[in-house]
Design a protein around this ligand. Sequence first.
Ligand code: NAP
Length: 256
Amino acid sequence: MNRLKGKVAIVTGAADGIGLAISQAFANEGALVVMCDINVDKCDEEAKRLNDNVGTARSYACDVGITKDVKNVVDRTLAEFGKIDILVNNAGIALSGNIVEMPEEDWDRLMNINLKSAYRSIQIVLPHMLGKQSGSIINISSIQAFRSWDNWTAYAGAKGAMCSMTKQLAGQFGVENIRFNTISPGAILTPMNEKRIQEEGKAFLQKSIDQAAMKRLGKPQEVAMTAVFLASDEAPFITGADIKVDGGLGVLPRYL
Ligand code: NAP
């Protein structure tokens, strides 16, 4: 409790899955949480639940693929709370496709939501953080940034770029006390994967379970705990890091 007391956090893709778990964990630790999502009704509902039971949360409609939406979130947050201490770029979509067949519109859509969104929000939030010489920016990447997985070229490309840009920014702005880190989740049971189960069956998730050292799926809360740590004053000297929350999916195969 209180590890984020008084800190103001923006979390994108906060209505469900990992973003919702991060919002809940931040609120439990005393943060004032601005929850943004394209799914406005669910985001409103979840923010209300947090307000009623835990602390302060707001729900702002935002498509991270649209610059004016992101700017609106930042302006409203500063108008209401006066500062932004933490930014979590979490919103993302899962779009697969063999590169030979993948339509250019799909590639562009994925890059816009999963990668350009981080450029957008960081460009708008960073000047404020520089002004107060402090901030923690957490970008949600994926273990797929580090592994080969048939037909996930665009997704893995966006997530790999997310890690690279995070390191670049950590290097440049460390002296200004702004920390940039990524979290790379493995296979986590969220609505994103539940939707894929409906569309393609469970086999793809079973493969992830079989390939993970811990032989199970992760829970959104297990990613959220790492986000709390990185956002908190327990990690004041951690920047440019990538923390894999993947149950060992990234360490296998091993030689037996
Ligand atoms: P999720 O269950 O689909 O939840 C994502 C939330 O973001 C949903 O509320 C979704 O709304 C919203 N969203 C989608 N597009 C948006 C946009 N353009 N602007 C704002 N909000 C948007 O996803 P998740 O599994 O929690 O994934 C969260 C992040 O973790 C993503 O970046 C994902 O790539 C990454 N990740 C997930 C896994 C995993 O196994 N789940 C593994 C590695 C990395 P709708 O429901 O209306 O689309």
